[in-house]
Design a protein around this ligand. Structure first.
Ligand code: SF4
Length: 117
């Protein structure tokens, strides 16, 4: 085998691999959660609150390093997120003393609510 045919094959392998990955990257970016400013006049959970620390709450779910975190899990599709009271991308969470959490957040008490997906 000569080097030209080997490098050509290598080029096509990389090209096809890139073509296979790019559509999924676009999908991931499209689904990225965008955090809004905290609602004025509501009790918003702080990262320094005891419950937040105990449950490993993060403002951006994708930043969680917790072993229970799974891609796509966010407060916004958690059963404890009170969607009916949502204001400015935040809603009360019953696991956090009904303080407002961001829809993009996550904690280790997360439970998927299939109705919110
Ligand atoms: S229990 Fe659910 S809604 Fe509440 S902070 Fe945790 S992941 Fe978010």
């Amino acid at each position: 085998m000569n080097t030209t045919s080997s490098s050509r094959r290598s080029f096509f392998k990389k090209a096809f691999a890139t073509m296979a990955v790019v559509p999924f990257m676009g999908e991931a970016f499209a689904k990225a959660c965008v955090a809004a400013a905290a609602p004025v006049g509501k009790k918003v959970l702080k990262l320094t609150d005891k419950a937040a620390k105990r449950l490993k709450y993060v403002l951006d779910a994708t930043m969680s390093k917790h072993k229970k975190y799974k891609q796509g899990a966010i407060c916004g599709n958690c059963k404890f997120y009170k969607l009916k009271k949502e204001a400015s991308g935040h809603a009360p969470c019953s696991m956090m003393g009904n303080k407002y959490v961001t829809t993009c957040g996550w904690c280790k008490s997360y439970r998927l609510d299939k109705k919110k997906v």
